[in-house]
Design a protein around this ligand. Structure first.
Ligand SMILES: [Zn+2]
Length: 474
């Protein structure tokens, strides 16, 4: 390897020396951490519709310019903005007691009172076993996500099942202790039919204890604002490929957090890792084979709205999109991980493992499908896509199957280790540099029929329908 000669940008250079330069750059750079401090401390949550969203947007474009990306720009679109107001949760009988709670995004303005029912962890079987008791009740479900048929069970699925069975209101009980409510959109880019609120574990369990003695009635009052036509922006910049400038590989992550937190891990960390890879590879642009497109998406937390908008706006060019890797919370784990390939991309398993091996970094690659981050709109449009995941314990998670500090007010800078940002940037930068040079590229765009089959294979067609976002006819 050491003396191997390679043509880069017309100049013969030593591959191993350039790799050392790239690795040395990424492992000595403080830029990712410094950017994360700015995103969190200066711009707050960066949640859709806030001043901080606009500040972060401008900061990200400016950084892409400073790093020398090609054509850094924003792409505007409109969506249904959600603006938090107030929420109250009260037991009205057999005692009267109020419990702290927060609205889940896309809860509108409502005032409902009904009998309380706990549905446990909200698995399909939990809901099925209580099918006759749920209509007309306010149900509570825990945030613990047991593994069920190759997937965890997401909040949105639980809410979808509760509403489909006739629940009048929904209480989302965090599973880890500490009185923190956990947020998360109830529906995506549309008002949810019944009010949905989040409560800390201790409050939820107090209501459960009451309900074990006899019927309990609860009342939920919410006031929130939904504004159609709210504007937002994707932030996009390229490193044009040397050999295949018209073939695009997207490296993307969302830059918004939930409105109750700075979202340092989810997903400030992914956004700054994306930028850091762009910075380092722009200095090595002569070695990039296909065009690498860096995208910071807004509004992931309330429905992958930025990535859906990008895919919609670029639909005519999607055949030229050869791969999309999503870096949601990429800087969180402490051990090198790999890529979950969306759906069925067996043809990419060996190239990714080989690219990892070539850089001396063990890299997992396997098929899996999650419906809950920015790779999804690309997958649904047939574009080869995957999600980078690091391993190691999730900060703040007491058990597996929970989010840790994610989606709570405690997703703050102090939870992020700067060394993990450097390690993630280094792993993905070298991996994507290798993949940009794999020729011919083995993955092709899938047809709608193939995508539908894959969804059914994972039993996720039903879930998308329950969440009112199945994108195909029939
Ligand atoms: Zn995220």
């Amino acid at each position: 390897m050491g003396g191997e000669q390679d043509k880069t940008g017309g100049v013969a250079t030593d591959t191993a020396a350039l790799d050392r330069e790239l690795a040395g750059d990424l492992f000595t750079s403080r830029e990712a951490w410094n950017n994360l401090v700015v995103l969190c401390d200066r711009f707050g949550s960066r949640f859709g519709g806030t001043e901080g969203e606009i500040g972060a947007r401008d900061y990200l474009v400016a950084k892409m310019k400073e790093y020398g990306l090609d054509n850094p720009h924003t792409e505007e679109f409109a969506y249904n903005g959600w603006f938090r107001g107030t929420a109250q949760l009260e037991v009205t009988s057999p005692v009267v007691k109020e419990f702290p709670c927060i609205s889940l995004p896309y809860t509108g303005t409502a005032d409902v009172e009904a009998e309380f029912l706990y549905v446990g962890h909200g698995t399909p079987a939990d809901f099925e076993s209580l099918r006759n008791q749920i209509p007309g009740k306010i149900v509570m479900v825990s945030a613990w996500s047991p593994n069920y048929y190759r997937r965890g069970i997401h909040r949105c699925e639980k809410i979808g099942r509760a509403i489909a069975l006739g629940a009048k209101g929904f209480i989302w009980m965090r599973w880890d202790a500490g009185f923190l409510p956990e947020t998360g959109a109830a529906r995506w880019n549309r008002e949810v039919e019944v009010p949905c609120v989040g409560v800390g574990r201790e409050y939820g369990e107090e209501i459960n204890r009451l309900a074990r003695k006899g019927p309990v009635r609860v009342r939920i009052r919410t006031k929130n604002d939904i504004r159609p036509g709210t504007k937002s922006w994707n932030v996009v910049g390229d490193i044009t490929g040397r050999d295949h400038p018209n073939e695009v590989m997207v490296i993307g992550a969302h830059f918004d957090g939930h409105d109750i937190a700075p979202g340092a891990m989810d997903d400030g960390s992914g956004a700054v890792v994306t930028l850091e890879i762009a910075r380092a590879l722009a200095r090595q642009r002569g070695r990039v084979g296909r065009t690498l497109r860096f995208i910071c998406f807004p509004l992931e937390e309330i429905g992958l709205i930025g990535s859906y908008a990008y895919v919609e706006a670029h639909r005519a060019e999607l055949d030229q999109h050869k791969f999309m890797v999503n870096l949601d919370a990429a800087g969180r784990g402490s051990e090198s991980g790999g890529i979950s390939l969306a759906g069925d991309r067996t043809e990419l398993v060996r190239p990714i493992r080989a690219a990892g091996a070539a850089t001396g970094q063990p890299t997992m690659a396997d098929n899996a499908l999650s419906l809950y981050s920015d790779h999804l709109p690309f997958f649904l449009a047939g574009v080869p896509a995957g999600s980078y995941t690091r391993m190691g314990p999730v900060p703040g998670a007491g058990t597996s199957g929970v989010r840790g500090w994610g989606h709570t007010a405690a997703d703050t800078l102090d939870k992020v280790n700067p060394a993990n940002l450097q390690a993630a940037a280094m792993h993905i930068a070298r991996l994507m540099l290798q993949l940009s040079n794999v020729a011919p590229w083995p993955a092709r765009r899938q047809t709608e029929a193939q995508v539908k089959d894959i969804l059914e294979d994972y039993r996720l067609g039903e879930v998308l329908r329950l969440e009112l976002r199945y994108p195909f006819k029939g």
